[in-house]
Ligand binder design. Structure first.
Ligand SMILES: [Zn+2]
Ligand SMILES: [Zn+2]
Length: 252
């Protein structure tokens, strides 16, 4: 019973963390080349630099103020490089004038969270309801108290994500739709091996570190980190305080 619950949790996580990014990256590539007529992802990022900067920092040299800044520094840094320019608006704050889109950037650096953020904000016309579904279920899985899913919840999550991601794929091409369906089908029917499960666990910890840890950090001056499955706060030189276990992970 419990083993089945764990397997269902893992399968749902694989769908959201592995299959969804595959399709969403294609959605972004298609949007950038076909709709935004960008020559490359770098070109597309350059065109949308100001817009994305507003998701990253509270204040911008254009005068825009943001209440919410959902983009993390590591996400911004994966897309943009610091340049040596001064601000075009003569401001002395960190601002988009001081960054260039990375020439080496591809959608392959984007995880499911960043894909959703990019599509939601700079790909108008792509159905945001589907993006919202993927985000919602990603958050439910990553922030779950336990790494288990009962059959009813599992079926609900799988069906909703499958519908959302297939609709998004269909709007790009029939080829992408077929590929997405095949990946989902394969995922539903195959056995998961230990290596794959270990990789998945690392992926989940990464996702947790991303959101939980940032939140924890805001309340901690000395910084916090995960060691294995323990959340700790570093103090002084090498000392640490145990905060708690990483929520929602089964430890063998
Ligand atoms: Zn701005
Ligand atoms: Zn500026």
């Amino acid at each position: 019973m419990s083993r089945d619950d764990e397997a269902r949790y893992n399968r749902a996580c694989l769908l959201v963390l592995n299959v969804c990014p595959f399709t969403l990256r294609h959605v972004i590539d298609d949007y950038s080349s076909r709709h935004a007529r960008s020559l490359s992802l770098c070109d597309f990022l350059e065109k949308n630099k100001d817009r994305l900067f507003h998701l990253y920092k509270r204040e911008c040299c254009c005068g825009h103020k943001s209440n919410k800044t959902p983009m993390y520094q590591s996400q911004w840094d994966s897309l943009y490089n610091r340049n040596t320019s001064t601000c075009l608006n003569g401001k002395r704050i960190d601002c988009p004038c001081k960054y260039d889109g990375k020439t080496s950037a591809t959608t392959n650096v984007m995880d499911v969270t960043l894909c959703c953020l990019v599509i939601h904000n700079i790909c108008p016309g792509v159905d945001v309801n589907h993006i919202q579904t993927v985000r919602e279920i990603r958050n439910k899985l990553i922030h779950a108290e336990s790494a288990r899913l009962d059959l009813l919840t599992f079926n609900g999550y799988m069906n909703r994500v499958e519908t959302a991601v297939c609709e998004l794929a269909k709007n790009v091409s029939t080829v992408l739709h077929t590929e997405t369906l095949e990946m989902i089908d394969e995922l539903k029917n195959r056995l998961m091996d230990p290596v794959e499960l270990r990789e998945l666990r690392n992926l989940i910890i990464d996702q947790k570190r991303f959101s939980d840890l940032e939140a924890v950090r805001m309340g901690l001056s000395t910084g916090a980190d995960y060691i294995g499955f323990d959340l700790v706060e570093w103090v002084g030189t090498g000392g640490m305080i145990y905060i708690g276990k990483v929520k929602g992970l089964c430890v063998d």
